[in-house]
Design a protein around this ligand. Structure first.
Ligand code: NCD
Ligand code: ZN
Ligand code: ZN
Length: 429
């Protein structure tokens, strides 16, 4: 079956927009034809023609840090609901974190996730496995068996690996298996009982603050361990100026480190938190304006390789417990691109192509995925985006089960309107 996405605006290698017809066949990109060719001339056997006139068409977005909550927390999200939400946000490949119940620390859970994702048949789901059993930091999991079952990397996301020797042992084994270690960087001894970052908001509300060093100490430690072991080390949700600095220096001297940053850490600081509303509570927390600036700079100069959402759905009930008691985390799939497009591209601060690359080709390159581009022969994982229509964020319209977002009511442009995975439409407005 041949699909033609006609009259699409596509970014070329130089970042310029060109008009193209994109032909999809058997799940892959068959060809890109210049827009001035009449569609009538190429449409003979086309089963479907999608008119993309006036729309941006990009590779499907890749999100290397998400929480799908299944197994165990299906009231927050399931692999199916999370996949639908991802597709609506323009994502075609997502990598899910192991802090499920049970924790994804054995091959059976990896297999279960892969099966459920296949059953859902929506987006490509790549599971991470835990570094330590139960993410307790005491005993390593069986990396070889987890890799064999389909894990794409190792992480204890949700908590930091507190013990340096444990982390070093993990990196050694991962390096031998040519697998990456992905780290949630947080030194517990510096955090105890805090729910927001140190800063004006914490002071005003008499809350204990999370200091920047709690993140950066792990980043620094792990960079040294990565240097010693040669592993590919990837830093989760970077949020501090100090972490950006350490990663930049490490890259300069050739240590194999990569990093990600979340939309909320690029558009919000702790000063934006309106009150004691747990929809503004996430880990790492919203930090100072200086940290936000440093993260933006890091993204622009490539120190931070990719954008991830850290999509972390929780129930309304859980999030109603107040700033101190509610769990950390906000949802992210359905607002990620519109948020960054509206805040940074529409305002002329960023190139559209930089934003798209950090959500497609760059994560694909870092994790060795055969997607994230519109090249002939690649999987037809594609997103079509309306850059013109302004719409307010309405959590009631989300496909995720989560309603936990700080962006309610924000008026945004850049909404994905159609998503293809392997040539099949998986979401359409
Ligand atoms: N980011 C969050 O605030 N929460 C995540 C855990 C995590 O990513 O560390 C979660 O699982 O809810
Ligand atoms: Zn984390
Ligand atoms: Zn996470």
């Amino acid at each position: 079956m041949l699909t033609i996405i006609a009259n699409a605006s596509v970014l070329d290698k130089q970042g310029n927009l060109e008009k193209k017809h994109i032909l999809l066949e058997n799940g892959t990109i068959k060809s890109l034809v210049d827009g001035h060719v009449d569609i009538a001339d190429i449409q003979q056997e086309a089963a479907e023609i999608v008119d993309a006139a006036g729309k941006l068409v990009t590779p499907g977005f890749i999100d290397m840090h998400v929480h799908l909550r299944e197994p165990g927390y299906e009231h927050k999200e399931t692999i199916e609901s999370g996949s639908r939400s991802a597709a609506k946000g323009g994502f075609t490949t997502i990598a899910c974190m192991p802090n499920t119940r049970p924790i994804t620390d054995n091959p059976d859970v990896i297999k279960l996730i892969l099966e459920k994702a296949k059953e859902a048949g929506i987006v490509k789901v790549l599971p991470y496995a835990a570094i330590t059993k139960n993410e307790l930091g005491r005993e390593l999991t069986d990396f070889a068996a987890l890799k064999e079952a389909g894990a794409i990397g190792f992480t204890d996301d949700g908590v930091g690996v507190q013990n340096a020797q444990m982390m070093k042992d993990a990196m050694k084994i991962a390096a031998e298996l040519q697998m990456p270690v992905i780290a949630h960087c947080e030194d517990n001894s510096l955090v105890v009982g805090a729910c927001v970052a140190e800063g004006e908001f914490a002071t005003k509300h008499g809350l204990k603050g999370i200091p920047n060093e709690s993140e950066a100490i792990h980043v620094g430690r792990d960079i040294l361990l990565a240097e010693a072991t040669g592993v590919h080390y990837h830093v989760c949700h970077v949020s501090t100026e100090q972490s950006v600095r350490l990663i930049r220096q490490a890259k300069e001297i050739g240590i194999r480190v990569t990093a990600e940053v979340c939309p909320h850490h690029l558009v919000l600081s702790e000063q934006d938190i309106p009150g004691l509303d747990a929809n503004w509570k996430m880990n790492p927390p919203l930090r100072s304006k200086r940290d936000v600036e440093a993260c933006i700079e890091g993204l622009l100069d490539g120190t931070l390789d990719m954008i991830v959402t850290d999509h972390a759905p929780h129930s309304v009930e859980e999030k109603s417990k107040g700033m101190e008691l509610a769990p950390f985390g906000i949802v992210g799939f359905e607002t990620a691109f519109p948020l960054l497009y509206t805040k940074f591209v529409e305002t002329g601060l960023w190139d559209l192509s930089m934003l798209v690359q950090r959500m497609t080709a760059d994560p694909a390159k870092v994790f060795g995925l055969n997607t994230g581009n519109l090249e002939v022969g690649s999987p037809a994982d594609i997103t079509m985006i309306d850059l013109d229509t302004e719409k307010a964020v309405n959590p009631e319209e989300f496909l995720t089960k989560g309603r936990n977002t700080p962006f309610t009511g924000w008026k945004l442009k850049g909404w994905p309107v159609k998503t293809w995975v392997d040539g099949n439409v998986v979401w359409s407005e």
